[in-house]
Design a protein around this ligand. Sequence first.
Ligand code: AMP
Length: 522
Amino acid sequence: MTFNELGLSEKVLQAVVASGYTTPTPIQAQAIPHALAGRDILGIAQTGTGKTAAFTLPMLSRLESGRARARMPRTLILEPTRELAAQVEESFIKYGVNHKLNVALLIGGVSFADQETKIMRGADVLIATPGRLLDFSERGKLLLTGIEILVIDEADSMHYMGFIPDIERICKLVPFTRQTLFFSATMPPEITRLTETFLHNPVRIEVARASSTASTITQGLIASHSGGAKRETLRRTIRDAENLKNAIIFCNRKRDVAILHKSLQKHGFSAGALHGDMDQRARTASLDAFKNGEVALLICSDVAARGLDIPDVSHVFNFDMPTHAEDYVHRIGRTGRAGKSGTAYSIVTRADQRYIDDIEKLITRKIEWFGPTLGELPASTSTDDEEQPRGRGRRERSPSRGREPREHREPREARAPRPVDEAQPVVQEAAPAPAPRAPREEQQPRRTDGRRPEGRTREPRPEARPEPRRVEARPDNRNDQRPNARRHRDDDDTPVIGLGDHIPSFLLRPVKLKPLKVGSED
Ligand code: AMP
């Protein structure tokens, strides 16, 4: 099949030839003739399949007749992110070189005034993110009653980002008779409901199973402990990766993107970041730097990276395992595009096992382990590892750690181990987890009832006195207080019982302790 057979206009065909494309991709071959015929389309296709051209090319052909009026765009394309919107604009510029069409972009994070000027001029194609579009519409600066074609792209992303109510509102603002081209990589129930409500007798085109991952991608799991050990695993994986040219690294949270970005830079990696809290200028600069090869690693959140067309990404790393199995498919789809080979490694901790199960169920295949499996992972020696008993112990001991969100703790730990961290191995070596913790837990009620400290100060028992190393003589007869355990307490920031090891000098006066002959110690 060639592009000539699809029914596209001469101007569009010339632009396609100029782009260097000779053969339509499956989604293009199947969708374009129906789109040109005015049918609604439900396209189930991942990014990388050529779906942007599948709606851009027929739209351009159809827009050749007619003109846009001020404030009344003729076609509307909804995208979940600003980057995707900008990417679609680029497609219109590329394939629309032979057309004199006005293309307007309505995205958040940039000035209203410039966007308004474009809308006032009359837009043939309006590419928008839902929030900014509704802003314009509510201010009366935009009328959607002239929309002939509505494109909803990356519908499942919109769903995950909470845009479905906005989409429903927008669908009610555009004429009932418009043509709708609807694309989604996956079809969760909410998306199916949306298509049943807003599409009219659509042609359903599914180019690859929504759950499929490209066969050109080598996938691997790398077991790791969490916390700082995980960043260490990532660094090692990056260093060891074969043929790594550039990589997108995914984190589940925006804050973690920023943290990992700083950490990688600190370790000398060429890295940029992309997440939703960055302003638009910074996002564009990061993306451009990665596309131009100025930075080799781009650390991203899902939202920022979904659907981006960045050719030639050699590796994808999941620093965090995605919690939605579909996101795994999207993420690793950033590499191995257009028939090229790619590699996707996921760094997984014990807490991720259920996500691995979900993903393997979705993609109906097992992902290979590179190195030890989670079960074979040697015990962590890292003080950061929160899966280890010592991690729990540390959090219990240090109230500040318990209060502070993990994301905010990590960079500090990455910069320099804190004193408590230095003490930690001693604690671990000296006392297996359950043994030392039991008496520590018992301390709490004693501390709060107030009776024991009072008793001690009023009537110190001779055994409680001076010699810090005579631990067997402590009032509660804790004969587990070995020297190492004592160091544990010394490094501890838990409030001490009564006077703890500090004995005021008046209690040590020899006169009161004559019978025991300890006066010489004072
Ligand atoms: P998309 O799925 O729209 O993000 O497109 C993925 C990539 O495939 C983009 O870089 C397009 O430029 C490229 N592409 C689109 N159509 C074709 C085609 N017919 N032949 C080769 N590459 C294409």
